[in-house]
Design a protein around this ligand. Structure first.
Ligand code: ATP
Ligand code: MG
Length: 566
């Protein structure tokens, strides 16, 4: 490709709406443009990177026994009603009606449609296992689309679904996919980690997420400094800090004006947050629940949702809290008649003589004792693990990191085959449910994650395997016929050798061309100048290196090939 003929609209300055580096650089370097919140056009350079990621994915999926198909984006409501997910998906689902007023959605995922397909076509154990996948747009009306391609409302996903005879079969399919994912993300040049994960709304019980380690990641993971344990903090199990009970004292109400947060209360009463109970009210669909936790801990909403299943869990509004307690959320507590379900973290039961809100403006209780002074529905692990806590596997120290979830694999079991009645006849002629798994990769998110890990102050540094072009050729002066002749010659030679070359033939100052080359992030830069004319030397520079070197004209192609294969 020649720059003069290309469509690479780069920007000189960073668009104000772009908060994170991948969003900024993909916009500036001319890879994407926004058309609406969370909806993007992939420009030619962006599309080339996406295709390369997809090619790697296809290669690994096919090697693992996958077969590619293409399912419809528009899906009928009936199937989603059959599994009950028409309602579960809530506002995240893009819904539409046809001219006959029939309900449809734009597929946020494809378990329903593929299980419907397979139940209709497969009826014997001889046809199993099956690994079917597609690479396609997904539609999710995310509450907060943000960070460019990271959290879009239209995005590209690879999704594979496995159908097996039994659990052993699923185990094999799951391993195949897990290993294929390791290959895919390694080949994309990413630093990543598989972690144990929550299976969320998709269902099933065993799941791993593939996390690209990056400061801007939305997910938090813990990993062991000694063994291979790593998990999303959403599911990492916490051991309670067991405290010896002391003699219970007489409970009293005390005036605590202005002390609404745990820290303010602790300061005011000259105690530590560990001596307080934090009470939070949640709206769980149309019910309100209270969750209690030790003052210095954080509630883990995914764990709360596990013990109190609901579609939507969010902190209750101040108005709702006032309606129940008659006071500001800063003064609420479990003592007295709340008439809502109260759940407590495991550690709460070990507390004695602690402080909690009194459900009265500007008052707290002191010397509160669980069970004596309030009752709960149960004690559960409801908190988020913290760095420094012991690893659940080996007991050594855990550390915290941030990650971008680029892929997730799930063992679904029979959740969907049961709901949709997907059965086959086994060797003995007996009807059995198919055992399923599903495996997703965010293709567009992977591109963004790659930029988050590979950039410097000048722009993107694409890993070789997914760079839009391998080499950029820069003639110092487009007006100098000799510079241009040599540049053209190298360009043609590279193309003949199967190398993806980009010739910057614009009549621009060299500084401008170098800036754009760095911004776009071509792995190799070749500069043609007077030295090329007089001494037959080309300047060879890698995007990852500061220093350049001179290479003889007739060795350039070889040198590039050598680097790309290294
Ligand atoms: P998240 O927790 O980030 O919302 P998810 O767990 O809902 O993601 P999955 O259903 O597991 O997502 O989808 C498979 C993959 O698709 C994810 O691992 C992620 O890489 C990608 N993905 C999911 N949602 C989005 C989105 N809104 N924008 C871009 N990629 C996404
Ligand atoms: Mg996921």
């Amino acid at each position: 490709m020649k720059y003069s003929e290309s469509f690479v609209p780069t920007l000189r300055s960073t668009p104000a709406e772009a908060e994170i580096i991948s969003h900024q650089l993909l916009l500036r370097a001319g890879f994407i443009r926004k058309s609406a919140a969370g909806i993007y056009t992939y420009l030619p350079l962006g599309q080339r990177v996406l295709k390369k990621i997809q090619d790697i994915i296809r290669d690994e999926m096919d090697k693992a026994g996958g077969q590619e198909l293409l399912l419809p984006i528009i899906q009928p409501a009936e199937l989603w009603l059959e599994t009950g997910r028409w309602h579960v998906y809530g506002e995240e689902m893009f819904r539409l009606k046809d001219r006959h007023n029939r309900d449809f959605c734009l597929g946020p995922t494809h378990e329903e449609i593929i299980t419907d397909l397979v139940r209709g076509e497969v009826n014997s154990y001889r046809q199993l296992p099956l690994l079917l996948y597609q690479i396609q747009n997904k539609y999710r009306d995310e509450k907060r689309p943000r960070f460019g391609l990271m959290r879009g409302r239209e995005f590209i996903m690879k999704d594979l679904y496995s159908f097996d005879k039994d659990e052993e079969g699923l185990e094999i399919s799951y391993r195949k996919m897990y290993n294929a994912y390791i290959n895919i993300f390694s080949r994309c040049g990413l630093k990543f980690r598989p972690v144990e994960a929550d299976s969320g709304a998709i269902g099933g019980n065993v799941s791993h997420e593939f996390m690209v380690l990056a400061e801007n990641g939305e997910a938090q993971i813990v990993y062991c400094t000694e063994c291979d344990y790593a998990a999303n903090i959403e599911i990492a199990p916490c051991k309670p800090d067991v405290k010896e009970k002391t003699e219970p004292k007489f409970m009293e109400k005390v005036h605590t004006p202005g002390a609404k947060t745990i820290d303010e209360v602790a300061d005011f009463l000259k105690i530590t947050p560990q001596d307080c109970i934090k009470t939070l009210f949640y709206q769980a669909d149309d019910q309100v629940i209270a969750v209690l936790i030790r003052g210095d801990r954080n509630i883990n909403e995914v764990k709360v949702q596990k013990i109190h299943p609901c579609y939507n869990l969010q902190l209750a509004s101040e108005e709702v809290v006032r309606g129940i307690t008659g006071c500001n959320p800063g003064y609420v507590g479990p003592v007295g008649e709340l008439n809502i379900p109260i759940y407590a973290d495991l550690e709460v039961q070990y507390l004695t003589n602690v402080v909690c809100g009194a459900n009265q403006e500007e008052y707290h209780y002191v010397n509160v004792n669980p069970e004596r002074d309030f009752k709960v529905k149960g004690y559960f692990d409801l908190r988020s693990i913290e760095p420094g806590e012991p690893c659940p596997k080996c007991g050594e120290k855990l550390e915290l990191a941030r990650g971008i979830e680029v892929g997730q694999v799930f063992k679904l079991g029979t959740k969907y085959s049961q709901a949709l009645n997907a059965k086959y006849l086994d060797e003995k002629g007996q009807e059995r449910l198919m055992v399923m798994g599903c495996y997703g990769i965010g293709v567009t998110r992977t591109m963004a994650a790659c930029v988050e890990q590979n950039y410097d102050e000048n722009g993107i540094i694409w890993p070789k395997a997914i760079a839009p072009y391998h080499v950029v050729i820069i003639p110092i002066s487009a007006k100098d016929p000799e510079h241009m002749r040599i540049a053209e010659e190298i360009y043609q030679k590279l193309i003949s050798a199967g190398i993806e070359a980009f010739l910057d033939d614009r009549n621009e100052r060299p500084g401008v061309k170098f800036k754009d080359a760095d911004l776009i992030g071509f792995p190799v830069r070749l500069t043609i100048g007077n030295k090329s004319v007089t001494e037959g030397l080309v300047e060879f520079k890698l995007r990852t290196e500061k220093e350049a070197s001179d290479v003889a004209l007739n060795e350039v192609v070889e040198k590039v090939i050598e680097y790309l294969n290294s």
